[in-house]
Design a binder for this molecule. Structure first.
Ligand code: NAG
Ligand code: NAG
Ligand code: NAG
Ligand code: NAG
Ligand code: NAG
Ligand code: NAG
Length: 267
């Protein structure tokens, strides 16, 4: 009996060590978190067409460039000036490092091909980055295509209206800061304590880098405007558009340290 329980202990110990090892190696190899994608089904291209080749070259170029872009952003056009021109870009979240960015963009380029096979226009969103391409163009103020995500938990212990107003005010301030950022990235984060509660709301806003300040403000404004319809009273929610993203949570979900250089604002 004693030797049996010893053996069992040994086995559990080995399993435990294996478990720890697997957990450790998987956290260092953290894979990017997929959130959703948009494929425009109205237009498809023929395999082996010039457009198809341009899209493939474009996606390869985005992947290649992801290891070299310190700002986490790259936009390019293939077949410029022809009828088969495609433009595309990737944008990494402003607070992540370049190795995480590269991993995310590499995955995004593969997934967008798989999920939006033969589509002339597509966007894919991850927690860490987004990637898009089109043979037309994305309007910076459009709320389509869009991805609204919510936690699925309603906030409690706080007046609904007060909570909604606090979230809105915070995100609007973050939007202005992101749009008028003094760094290359159009990215900002901020936090606010809700009056009379122990709740702190953390917010993040970011635009595609090549938008002007006013375009960025407009894009983020449109994104924030969709929150009431989808996510009123939610503990956390995100809006992802083709040209900007916003998110808020009741916990710090971004890297406060790396955000603070571009300004994690306390309101
Ligand atoms: C999909 O593509 C068609 C044709 O280009 C366009 O009219 C339509 O607006 C696109 N859909 C979205 C959601 O952008
Ligand atoms: C989509 O692409 C696949 C190959 O990747 C091809 O077999 C298929 O015929 C294409 N579909 C359309 C509608 O073009
Ligand atoms: C596309 O090109 C590949 C390689 O050149 C070829 O094997 C394949 O048959 C072509 N497909 C079509 C639908 O033309
Ligand atoms: C981006 O990629 C293309 C080829 O895919 C390459 O020619 C170009 O030099 C790269 N640019 C940067 C800034 O890395
Ligand atoms: C980049 O960030 C990830 C996730 O926070 C971390 O695991 C990784 O070690 C970082 N890499 C570098 C080179 O700092
Ligand atoms: C947060 O950002 C700082 C500064 O860029 C960096 O040193 C740190 O490793 C980052 N932390 C995580 C968890 O990525």
């Amino acid at each position: 009996m004693i030797s049996t329980s010893k053996q069992i202990w040994k086995i559990s110990y080995t399993v435990y060590i294996l478990f720890v090892f697997i957990t450790l190696s998987s956290t260092t190899e953290a894979s990017p978190t997929y959130r959703g994608s948009y494929c425009n089904d109205t237009t498809k291209y023929e395999p082996n067409s010039t457009l198809s080749i341009n899209i493939n070259v474009l996606l390869n170029s985005l992947t290649t460039n992801s290891s070299q872009q310190q700002d986490g952003y790259y936009m390019t056009i293939m077949g410029f000036g022809t009828t088969n021109a495609v433009n595309g870009l990737f944008l990494c979240r402003g607070d992540i490092n370049s190795s995480t960015c590269e991993k995310c963009v590499t995955d995004a380029a593969q997934q967008i091909k798989r999920r939006c096979n033969n589509q002339t226009e597509a966007v894919i969103w991850y927690e860490e980055c987004m990637l898009r391409y089109t043979n037309k163009y994305f309007k910076f103020y459009s709320i389509e295509p869009r991805l609204n995500l919510k936690d699925g938990k309603t906030v409690s212990g706080v007046d609904f209206k007060l909570f909604q107003n606090s979230v809105n005010d915070l995100l609007k301030k973050v939007a202005v800061m992101a749009a008028h950022s003094t760094t290359a990235k159009k990215f900002a984060t901020g936090e606010v304590e809700i009056t009379g509660t122990s709740l702190t709301v953390y917010g993040l806003g970011q635009c595609v880098t090549d938008l002007t300040s006013s375009q960025c403000e407009m894009c983020l404004g449109m994104a924030i405007g969709t929150l009431a319809g989808c996510c009123g009273g939610e503990e956390g929610a995100s809006v992802m558009l083709a040209s900007c993203i916003v998110r808020y949570q009741l916990y710090p979900f971004y890297n406060v340290t790396s955000s603070s250089s571009s300004g994690n604002l306390l309101f």
